[in-house]
Design a protein around this ligand. Structure first.
Ligand code: C2E
Ligand code: CA
Ligand code: CA
Length: 779
């Protein structure tokens, strides 16, 4: 009641409103400054505390003063200047102290600061009241005084506490309201504590009320300037800070790495790169960084650390984190730079992959293979035995030559895919280069490797559609197997042995896979030596041709001579063509040698007095690897031999490996005018279908039938059958290996067309009949 009557009856309400407005604006500024002081850097802190103290003190004091002007107790009043000045000074110092306590670094205490503020307001008020001189008896109610101080202190504490707190009933507006409450309640409760009983007026003793008002207004004006200065400084400063913030923001945004600034454990700013990194579009600011990077605490300023960021979609992102602590501020902040390592790691993986894998097929390369093999056969290998398969593609070079390298590459890629798909766990395959592959598998017994060989055969030999040309290509394979530790305990020896076995498989006609056998070692070495010598045989004039006569069985007339190659080595020893021709075929030497034979045979025959026909043997390799028709034509042209005098002998092997191509070549040869004989007939494969596929000019019955003629009755039957076959196909038959008169008689009886053999003449350097035959004719 006292409070209300005091306010409504003894005050000029308009001026009270002005005081309240002053108080509100001042409090608002105080609360803002409180925040500013808290974030001030060390150096500028004192300045901000002083500015804050001045503004707050002026607020309290001016509010009090304007309210006092509004007070009209019904008597003349005056103010004692000295005490009024002291009250202002006290308000400023007390406020500064309160602000300092509240924002102190280390142990800030809003309660202490708020209490000091309340006490300052109280002290200012009552000292100010001591300066108030009224023309009457002033009496005080101690209860009201005590209540007023309590109000001021309690609301001061609350105001300063709420200023910093978060949540409901907190924040700058609540703090401002509480601070206004603290000042206003103190003032009016304090005024209500006082009653003035008027004396009789004594003129001139108390000064005039007009002077009082002038002084009050002047002082209020000064207060306004002080508060205004505080406000202006604050505004300028916050603008400068906003500028800095904007620049910092721009700096953050322009960074390609994710950036996060953390204060008091929560993110206060990030950039777009960081938002992209975490994804999801949820709130980032205000969250702890550990939400995304669990181990962020392990990041230290002295080095880069690699951590895992868990993005919003749950995916793991490897990141590199750099940290910097910013200690300059009252509230230290930590700046994290977070670099996405995915691209770099992928790049590193790619490089590592390239180093360890073949770039064409993606299979492991030689490096990986050697490592794998070393691990499989090492001391701590879990396996008792390991099989090493050396794999080589047959006819791959042909595909390359005929269809181009792109087709060859495609074939390799496809075959590699299929081989990879055919592997079982524990099995390993690598490409060493070209058409060379290796496979490694643990085995319990040697035959286990056969399973893998079967799977690889399916993978390799199935045809591959070449996209560019739309044709199907296919390869054969040769596999050599060496077993660790049975065949070798050293890796290089193991690899070498698998290779030796592979070469054996390549040479063999009936099988495409061979196991390593110890004795191969020596055989292969001797053969290699021989190949080395054969290489220079033409140049050293070590090759020569011998001629073996071919005769008509009926008339005994000479029908031709077969050219047979002879090699006499530098040491005088001669090597059988049955021995060195296969070597020449494997090493490719057959091409120059074959050409030499053809050219020499034609040259020699062209010089003979009698125009006998000559037969020249052709290797399947020659059929496959040279432009044979053109070569033959060229040689005939060069030597002047009539094409009708040249017969080419080919074996069935050539027809088996690539029948389409072979028949094509044979047709071209026939077109030139030369004849083609099927050599060694009866030893090979599906002889009948071979004969049907191409119109041969002669069938040469293999000499093994002649040799068995006496012992095995089937031989006679077979010879008869072949002769009948020739007759029905209208192809003349020549019997090879005729050594006895009985054999010749048998052939004559059966109606065989021609014969060749030791009986008729051994191969010799000159075209001549043998001695036995000469004797026969003479006899
Ligand atoms: P081939 O074409 O079947 O040649 C006939 C082989 O039988 C010759 O052996 C010849 O000496 C031998 N021979 C002839 N009459 C008789 C006989 O009554 N009884 C016995 N047991 N053998 C007889 P050679 O000269 O050792 O040739 C062996 C093989 O080497 C030839 O078999 C042929 O396949 C190959 N060859 C020889 N010269 C050449 C050549 O210039 N080029 C090619 N590519 N291969 C050749
Ligand atoms: Ca022959
Ligand atoms: Ca023959």
């Amino acid at each position: 009641m006292r409070f209300l009557t005091c306010l409504t009856e003894e005050h000029n309400l308009a001026l009270v409103g002005l005081a309240a407005w002053f108080c509100l604006v001042g409090s608002m500024i105080t609360i803002r400054l409180l925040d500013r002081i808290r974030h001030a850097e060390r150096a500028s802190r004192i300045a901000w505390v002083f500015l804050g103290g001045a503004a707050t003190g002026a607020t309290i004091w001016c509010t009090h003063f304007i309210a006092m002007i509004a007070y009209q107790p019904g008597v003349e009043v005056a103010y004692e200047p000295r005490l009024t000045g002291i009250s202002l000074l006290l308000a400023i110092l007390g406020s500064a102290g309160a602000l300092h306590l509240t924002t102190r670094r280390g142990r800030p205490s809003a309660a202490l600061g708020g209490a000091l503020f309340g006490l300052t307001v109280s002290a200012m008020h009552y000292i100010g009241m001591q300066a108030f001189v009224a023309n009457g008896l002033v009496r005080w109610s101690p209860a009201y005084v005590a209540a007023s101080v309590l109000f001021a202190v309690a609301l001061g504490v609350l105001a300063f506490d709420r200023a910093r707190a978060a949540g409901r009933f907190a924040g700058p507006w609540w703090a401002t309201a509480l601070m206004v409450g603290s000042i206003v309640l103190l003032h009016f409760t304090g005024m209500a504590a006082m009653t003035v009983t008027p004396f009789a007026p004594v003129a001139g003793q108390f000064g005039s009320s007009t002077a009082t008002i002038v002084m009050a207004i002047a002082v209020a004006g000064v207060g306004t300037v002080v508060i205004g200065t505080g406000l202006a400084t604050y505004i300028l400063d916050s603008q400068a800070r906003a500028d800095t913030r904007r620049r910092l923001h721009e700096l953050l945004e322009s960074n390609v790495d994710g950036m996060a600034i953390v204060q008091d454990g929560a993110i206060t700013a990030t950039n777009a790169a960081f938002a992209t990194l975490v994804g999801g579009g949820g709130a980032i600011v205000g969250q702890p960084l550990a939400c995304w990077i669990a181990d962020i605490a392990t990041a230290t300023p002295d080095r880069l650390v690699q951590l895992t960021l868990v993005a919003s979609d749950g995916s793991d992102v490897p990141v590199e984190v750099a940290v910097r602590f910013d200690q300059r501020r009252a509230c230290p902040q930590t700046i994290y730079s977070i670099r996405d390592l995915r691209a770099r790691i992928a790049q590193e993986r790619r490089i590592a992959h390239l180093a360890r894998n073949d770039s064409l097929t993606g299979l492991p390369n030689r490096t990986s293979f050697l490592e794998w093999l070393a691990r499989q056969t090492g001391a701590d290998s879990p396996h008792r035995a390991v099989a090493l398969l050396s794999i080589d593609l047959d006819r791959f070079k042909e595909v390359n030559d005929m269809h181009g390298h792109a087709a060859g590459d495609q074939l390799l890629v496809r075959i590699a895919e299929r081989m990879q798909a055919a592997l079982l766990p524990g099995e390993f395959i690598a490409r060493l280069g070209g058409d060379e592959f290796v496979a490694v598998m643990p085995v319990a017994e040697p035959d286990d490797a056969v399973q893998l060989i079967d799977r690889l055969r399916d993978a390799i030999t199935a045809p591959v559609m070449i996209e560019a040309s739309g044709i199907e290509a296919n390869c054969g394979m040769s596999i050599g197997v060496a077993l660790w530790p049975r065949d070798a305990t050293e890796l290089s020896a193991l690899i070498n042995n698998a290779d030796l076995a592979m070469y054996r498989a390549k040479a063999a006609i009936a099988v495409d896979a061979c196991f390593y056998e110890e004795h191969m070692d020596k055989t292969v070495r001797v053969r290699r030596q021989m190949v080395q010598e054969l290489r220079t045989a033409i140049d050293r004039n070590e090759l020569a041709l011998h001629w073996q006569v071919q005769e008509s069985v009926g008339s005994g007339a000479i029908t031709g001579y077969e050219a047979l190659l002879r090699w006499t080595r530098a040491d005088g020893s001669s090597v059988s063509p049955a021995h060195f021709i296969p070597l020449a075929e494997q090493s490719g030497l057959i091409l120059p040698i074959g050409e030499w034979v053809l050219r020499t045979a034609c040259t020699t025959a062209a010089s003979w007095a009698e125009p006998h026909r000559i037969a020249v043997n052709l290797s399947p390799v020659q059929l496959g690897h040279v432009d044979l028709p053109r070569l033959v034509q060229q040689v005939l042209l060069d030597t002047g031999l009539s094409p009708a005098r040249l017969e080419l002998e080919i074996t069935e092997t050539a027809m088996i490996t690539d029948p389409v191509r072979t028949i094509h070549v044979l047709r071209q040869l026939k077109a030139i005018g030369v004849t083609v004989a099927m050599d060694d007939f009866g030893t090979g494969y599906s002889s009948l279908s071979t004969l049907r596929s191409f119109p041969f000019d002669k069938i040469k019955l293999d000499r093994s039938f002649m040799a068995e003629l006496n012992g095995a009755p089937q031989s006679a039957a077979i010879i008869r059958a072949v002769l009948t076959l020739g007759e029905s196909l209208d192809i003349p038959v020549l019997a090879e290996g005729v050594e006895t008169v009985e054999q010749l008689a048998f052939l004559r009886e059966q109606g065989c067309d021609e014969a060749q053999g030791y009986l008729l003449g051994r191969p010799g350097p000159l075209p001549a009949r043998g001695r036995a035959e000469a004797a026969r004719l003479a006899g």
